[in-house]
Design a protein around this ligand. Structure first.
Ligand SMILES: [Zn+2]
Length: 250
């Protein structure tokens, strides 16, 4: 079965929460778990995101079709350098999404300085991934609703889908906003099942967050008991359509 991991990281974690994630770790976890493709981004709070974006671009170039990049740029940057790096990542490096981490940068989606993240993703034609859950209140899922309505054609992924505690709130956001997708890493298996029952599998994604957690997330999704058709959507069809990834099997 085609499996796309939509939430991977590469490089150091300046906060020390998860240590350094290496290229070898990502590829080894993919091989062990039968994952076809992984999207990777820097961890939050890099001294200079551009350094890790360049490393991710090299990783993707040496693993075509297997590794794609995503840009995680601090929302504290001024608009001009933010847009310049977003454009460079998408147009020159071929990255497939932008990421906003409201908790790490104390930047709720409703704050004025967060608007550039949504605007850049919309103008560049890529989804915006937003960390949700841990780091509330800035990371509360409901704070995405006004922006999802302001940018109705921008696909928005709620990473961690509320992170267990706010999973029901994340689901409400997806029910209220048709352009919102849920990626329930770290949520419980029955929460993921409830999300599929409520919004279907065409707006649901699998993400690991860390290579050792990949086996856990795959086991969790299989434990939901959702149909093989739903599982094929969550693992493969939905992320390939959302991020515009060619199917490596055809
Ligand atoms: Zn993450």
């Amino acid at each position: 079965m085609d499996v796309v991991d939509t939430h991977g990281h590469l490089g150091p974690s300046p906060t020390g929460s998860s240590g350094e994630t290496t290229e070898e770790e990502v590829l080894a976890a993919m091989a062990a778990q039968g994952v076809t493709t992984t999207l990777v981004m820097p961890q939050s709070l890099q001294p200079d995101e551009r350094v890790v974006h360049d490393r991710i671009a090299r990783f993707a170039a040496t693993n075509p079709g297997r590794i794609y990049g995503m840009a995680s740029i601090s929302p504290l940057w001024e608009e001009a350098p933010y847009y310049a790096e977003a454009r460079r990542c998408v147009r020159e490096l071929g990255f497939k999404a932008l990421k906003l981490h409201p908790g790490s940068y104390n930047t709720a989606p409703t704050q004025p300085r967060a608007e550039k993240c949504f605007r850049a993703a919309a103008e560049l034609g890529v989804p915006l991934i937003i960390h949700t859950g841990l780091g509330a209140p800035p990371a509360l899922p409901a704070l995405v609703i006004p922006r999802a309505r302001q940018f109705p054609h921008l696909p928005i992924v709620l990473a961690h889908a509320g992170f267990v505690a706010y999973a029901d709130e994340a689901l409400v956001v997806a029910q209220e906003c048709a352009n919102v997708y849920l990626e329930p890493s770290w949520c419980q298996f029955y929460q993921a099942r409830r999300m599929v029952a409520a919004i279907g599998s065409e707006r649901m994604l699998m993400g690991s967050d860390h290579p050792p957690n990949l086996a856990v997330e795959l086991a969790k999704w299989r434990a939901t008991g959702i149909s093989p058709e739903h599982l094929a959507n969550v693992f493969g069809h939905t992320p390939r359509r959302l991020f515009g990834l060619p199917d490596p099997t055809v």
